[in-house]
Design a protein around this ligand. Sequence first.
Ligand SMILES: [Ca+2]
Ligand SMILES: [Ca+2]
Length: 94
Amino acid sequence: MPRPISPLLRCCVAAALVALTCLANAQSVNPRAAEALQKLKAADANGDGMLSREEVKDMPRLSKAFDRIDADGDGLISPEELRAAGQKLKQRNE
Ligand SMILES: [Ca+2]
Ligand SMILES: [Ca+2]
């Protein structure tokens, strides 16, 4: 006869499930970041993972904010710079 699952074990499983759900939610809570990265990939014409001024010229908002986003001033927007800019924007909106 199988032993019944102990309440403690059941509790642990439930906690783990809750933790997993939270983790999944935390990842999907940021669709904007995912969207931004997707856009970056789509706009990255030469596929170097960076956005040049030329590559963002069809995105007026990005184009306008180019100098602000390009933190190190190398004339290219890296994913990190885009992420940092997005975070700053988020902080301002909060
Ligand atoms: Ca590029
Ligand atoms: Ca840069």
